[in-house]
Design a protein around this ligand. Sequence first.
Ligand code: 7TS
Length: 406
Amino acid sequence: MNYPIEKIRADFPILEQKIRNKPLIYFDNAASCQKPNQVIDCISNFYRQDYANVHRGVHTLSQRASDKYEAVREKLKSFINAANEKEIVFVRGATEAINLVAQTYGRANIKVGDEILITAMEHHANIVPWQMLCQQNGAVLKVAPMDLNGELIYAEFEKLLTDKTKLVAVTHMSNALGSVNPVKKMIAAAHAKNIPVLVDGAQAIPHTKVDVQDLDCDFYVFSGHKLYAPSGIGALYGKQAFLEAMPPYHGGGDMIRTVTFEKSTYAGLPHKFEAGTPSIADTVGFGAAIDYINAIGIEAIAAHEHELLVYATEKAMQIKGLNIIGQAAEKGGILSFTLDRIHPHDIGTMLDSQGIAIRAGHHCAMPVMDFFNVPATARVSFGMYNTKAEVDVLILAVTELIKIFG
Ligand code: 7TS
């Protein structure tokens, strides 16, 4: 079946607008994706018809809202093939999920002199929470290196798995480079030494089929807003045995069984980790986004984005003075680059004047910038609605830029 690009584009109302008198070309999907009508309407209808707080009322609306909210847990369970819905904890996003694991599992299990192993291509969200834990518990952060293509040096990663390693936390796909890590193999190697693994799936999950049971990861984290869902909602997957054994994160309403002034007991999974009123309508919107992706098929989306990446990479390589940062053999839909004589921020501003939205900066991955010895990169990141014609406009705009300013 042909990829239904026209139908998809028609579902995203924001794409219809002009920016600076040019049709908007949205190439900043790694930062956040746009939302289809199906998600926007779902949220709007939920507020119009079904809204109430969840898990606490006997009245009809509260029950309806709770049912819709819990149905999303079931959808996410199927989407990533978790064993059961207790393993899906709603959080604000990947960042909160990693902090949760660091401050619950980490604080309880990682002690003085223990090591946490990450990679050289992590987003700050998968660095800083572990540094904070190391400061609290006297643990040591170790970093598996990458090569100049932006590929993990697997042999070095394996060498760093030692008796001291108590957790591996690795990105499935780099947001700054697009590199996809061999996480299944990494998990198997860590498990052979009884080391649990957290996978940061924030970038990978919109571009690839994720099966947490097949990967056998112990934790998998992701954000809704990079999956065409609202911001403010994401998920932590954790194997049930791990989540059961972990202390709660935030204390408050909804996460308790009983409370006295002397002592509280906690709710079962997953509510133990979900204190307070959640982002209810956004969660319901997350469900609509998952339905939308499932209707197209994540494999079809992945294939479309891969085609765009290959097409854009071939064209970019022909531009003299353009340097692609990140040339791993396995890459998701991200093209990071610099130009010899134009600062990435200026590239971003000048492309915006052509209606093209990209991200220019360090992409919350400062160590990656340091490694490649650049202050920043210009990053083009693809979503399900992008087209080769848009890539052509980008390539032309960059070529013009070099002609005028390079
Ligand atoms: N991990 C990775 C690999 C990411 O790319 C991001 C966000 C996060 C974690 C954090 O996700 P959040 O939803 O909790 O913020 N990455 C980006 C980006 O590349 N540009 O803006 C946000």
